[in-house]
Design a protein around this ligand. Sequence first.
Ligand code: SF4
Length: 171
Amino acid sequence: MKQIAIGVSSCLLGHRVRYDGRDKRNSIVENELCSRFQCIPLCPEYAIGLGVPRAPVQLIQDGENFAVVGVADCSMDITTSLRGYADFVGNTLIDLCGYIFKSRSPTCGLTDTPVFDHHGKEVGKGRGEYAARLIRHCAALPAIDEIQLADPNLRQEFILQVETYSMSLKR
Ligand code: SF4
């Protein structure tokens, strides 16, 4: 029987795609979730053509607007490319029944990404730009990050949500 597919931030699956050339392998994702679901690795920053290693980026806020720009060079603005990639994933990977995001990332973070102003001062926490766009696109898609996944109750809840979402797609 075909396994239910979920998207996963590639670095959580041990892919060395982070800006510093490292991964963020997560044993719960690998051992528990990937034995239950088909885990599709997705790294937006790599997919839009940034190499590994690459210059780090950060999430900045200007009034109502958010952008993902280089930490050292704010003229490096990847916001539009990340939004375009989120639209592409939302339009093409229509079988995805859930998503495990990497916490704190300016691209993939779900709730706890540091947000900075133009002077580099942290002004709060928010959602990475790719995650925000994808969730806006697929509002009902079950989503979690690896920190939340460490909580057995939240993990179980996510698994049930994914299975329920999968059934709703078949109807
Ligand atoms: Fe790629 Fe997202 Fe992981 Fe960053 S957090 S390395 S963009 S998958």
